[in-house]
Each structure stands twice: as C-alpha cells, then as structure tokens.
Design a protein around this ligand. Sequence first.
Ligand code: PLP
Length: 242
Amino acid sequence: MQLMNVIKDNLAFVQQRIASACQKAGRETDAVKLLLATKTVSAENIKVALAAGANLIGENKVQELKEKDAELRETGVDRHFIGHLQTNKIKDVLKYVSCIQSVDRLDLVQKLDARLQSEGRSVDIMIQINTSFEASKFGIHPDEALTLLEAAARYDTLNIKGLMTIGLFDADPERIRPSFRLLRQISQHAMDAGILPADARELCMGMSGDLETAISEGATMVRVGTAVFGKRLYPDSYYWKE
Ligand SMILES: *Cc1c(COP(=O)(O)O)cnc(C)c1O
C-alpha cells in the first residue's frame, strides 16, 4: 500500500517536472512523452504506474520483457526496447515491443529486416547515437550516424521514428547538455539532407537526473526509472549489456 502511493506520488512529480520544463522552454506540455524505464521493476509495480496514468514503458533485457509479459500484455501498455540488442534476441524481442530504440549498427539493421520480412511485418525503430563519446556506452558514433540512417531508411520493414541517446554521465547538467544538443543537431542535419523522413522527429533523451536539460534541448521523449521507482541494486552499466 505504502509503495503504491510512493510510485503514484513520484510519477505525479515527474510529470510536473516535465510540464514545468516544457513551460520554461516555451514548448507545449504534451510535446514530451514519458517512457518509464522499468528494468528490475516488478510487473505489479509497473501496473501501479499504469493505473496512475503512465502508458509507455521501456525494458533493457528481453528476458524481463518475457517474464513480465503475461501480466503486462493484458494492460495494453506500449513497450519499447531500450537496451543493447544482440542479434540472436531479435526474434524474441519482436514478440513484445512496438519500437526498438537501440538500433546502433548495420548488421542489426540487416538482421532485423530479414526477420521482419519473414514475418511479413514492420517495426518502429530509433537510431541510438553515442553522443558522449564514451567507449563504455552503446550507440553509433556521431560521425557514422547519417550513414546508418541512410541504410536503415532503405528498408520498408523499419519505420524510423527518430534518434535516441543516453548522454554523458555527470551530475552537472551543463556538462550533459552538449550530448543532447548534438543529438538534435544530427537530427536536423539528417532532415535537411532528406535522410530522415519528416515524420521521424522523435528525440528520445533525458533520464531522471537530466530530463530538464534534455527538454530544453528539444527532447520529445524522456526515459525515467529511478525518479519513479526508486534506486536499483546494480549500476546501469550492468543493464546496458544484454
Ligand atoms: C535505466 C535507463 C534509463 C532511466 O534511468 P534513470 O536514471 O533510472 O531514470 C533511461 N535510459 C536507459 C537506456 C536506461 O537503461
């Protein structure tokens, strides 16, 4: 009971943070979607957030999608994949998600297409870019992003929705800002060059600690875990590997 209320209150507070960041940036409040990053969170606790108005979640591991599927499928919640995707998990991940945000290499693009062709369907994707230049993080190098986008755009099975990044890890938002700005610039550049379709405007960036900065740099979707569900047991780098 207690935890239920904590999740609800936290969610309301995050929604408030998003609204005031939008206001500050002169953007409409509904210009930014909230995705709840639910790694390690039980289906039961996810359902508390759904009952309180959340409608989009992201998972990092195919195994967790699978474990929570029976309970979550019936809610109709929209699920995205936000973790590192190994090609041998493609078939499984496609059973659960509407969007794969972490597409970051050509061989993944090709293998996704092959699987989708055999299923006669398509899936939404985002291209994940490593805007912090940290070797430990996933995402394609910014210099190679346009080439990957161009390649992905050739496949009818992949509906490109936009770009995703994790950004620099730092307590100081001003040191994180260049990561978010870079993502927006790459998006703009790709649109100007006609590589990104005009409707692929999604900029998925910003987490619990830096969502205000991301929104001021144009985020259309933020991914929030800790600020709603509390601290996790393991460091994030653990979940970023499949
Ligand atoms: C866990 C995670 C988040 C959310 O991070 P918090 O700091 O808990 O809000 C966002 N994006 C990705 C890819 C994640 O793995």
